[in-house]
Design a protein around this ligand. Structure first.
Ligand code: ADP
Length: 301
């Protein structure tokens, strides 16, 4: 097969591993910086160009689109889809998962466990919103944040009110969540490929840090997950319409709750923590599923 990888940097661990795995399995691989792909949207003849060359003959495309360039990156991916190229994850599913509010709304509709979450715009509604979320401690999240930046823990209601007022004053959209204190600063990353959890790791925030993101200095180790956690992760990926996803769960005292469904999960942490060849599993999924005309839009919303 001829496979395109959309990535800003061919040297990044995940990009490198996916390219290696595809080559080992006998495929032709090209890495394109999606910000350098440009398109011609002529009726019936959609095309993509890269540094003066028209891209042709691709069977599959692997998007590795960073959150800061979601709009342009998904537009390029969509153009591949319009040309009948099979996307590892579809552009609509990626856009859906990048919106934290839309994600929790879709997951809640299907009964997936979530931290109690509130959303409001007017400072006048903050008091009632905090009462409805409940508890004394709150997590406040910027809708546009990633890698734990823009996620704040407020230790009491007064602190939560001030932080929310400050964010709203800056015209930022924020979510307010119950603080899952019992998780002890740990979460579980479930790596889902084609409806199965193929690997899972527990991430623990560094001393004194409630955020477990590896980018924030957290550490990772292999973990055994329960059948309930496994099915929650698989269902969450499915609801978002993602073939490949990193589903982050926390162990709350009301069962597993989903924090986030990541559409471009990194391979480095999970391959190193579990010793598994996840890149090969991803390529093997593409071999099974990529066929011209198999581009469909799954999920709703
Ligand atoms: P990002 O997309 O920026 O990583 P997340 O929503 O995943 O944002 O939050 C970052 C980290 O903060 C999570 O991995 C988790 O460790 C911690 N966290 C987020 N929300 C809560 C919560 N409601 N209760 C406890 N910890 C939380």
């Amino acid at each position: 097969m001829k496979i395109a990888i959309l990535s800003r940097n061919a040297k990044l661990y995940s990009t490198r591993r996916l390219a290696e795995a595809a080559k080992e399995r006998g495929h032709e691989v090209h890495v394109f910086d999606h910000l350098r792909c440009y398109m011609n949207i002529t009726s019936m003849r959609p095309s993509i160009h890269y540094k003066g060359v028209k891209l042709e003959g691709f069977d599959a495309v692997i998007p590795r689109i960073g959150a800061s360039v979601t709009f342009y990156g998904t537009a390029v991916l969509r153009q591949f889809e319009m040309m009948g190229v099979f996307p590892l994850n579809e552009s609509v599913a990626i856009s859906r998962s990048r919106d934290k509010l839309r994600s929790v709304q879709l997951l809640a509709r299907k009964g997936i466990g979530l931290p109690v979450t509130g959303f409001a715009r007017s400072p006048d509604d903050i008091d009632d919103l905090l009462n409805s979320v409940g508890g004394n401690k709150f997590v406040i999240k910027l809708l546009e944040g990633t890698q734990g930046i823009g996620v704040v823990l407020a230790e009491n209601k007064k602190a939560a009110e001030s932080v929310i007022e400050a964010f709203l004053g800056l015209n930022a959209n924020i979510l307010v969540q119950e603080f899952i204190e019992e998780a002890g600063g740990a979460d579980i990353r479930c790596f889902v490929v084609d409806g199965k959890v193929v690997a899972a790791m527990k991430r623990q925030g560094k001393e004194g840090e409630f955020r477990s993101n590896l980018h924030r200095g957290g550490s990772a180790e292999l973990v055994r997950i329960t059948p309930e956690e496994r099915s929650t992760a698989v269902r969450a990926a499915n609801i978002m319409g993602l073939n490949v996803a990193g589903v982050d769960l926390m162990r709350s005292n009301h069962g597993p709750v989903v924090m986030e469904v990541n559409s471009s999960p990194g391979l480095e942490g999970i391959e190193k923590a579990t010793g598994k060849d996840i890149a090969a599993m991803v390529i093997s999924f593409i071999e099974k599923r990529a066929a011209v005309g198999r581009t469909t839009t799954r999920g709703k919303g």
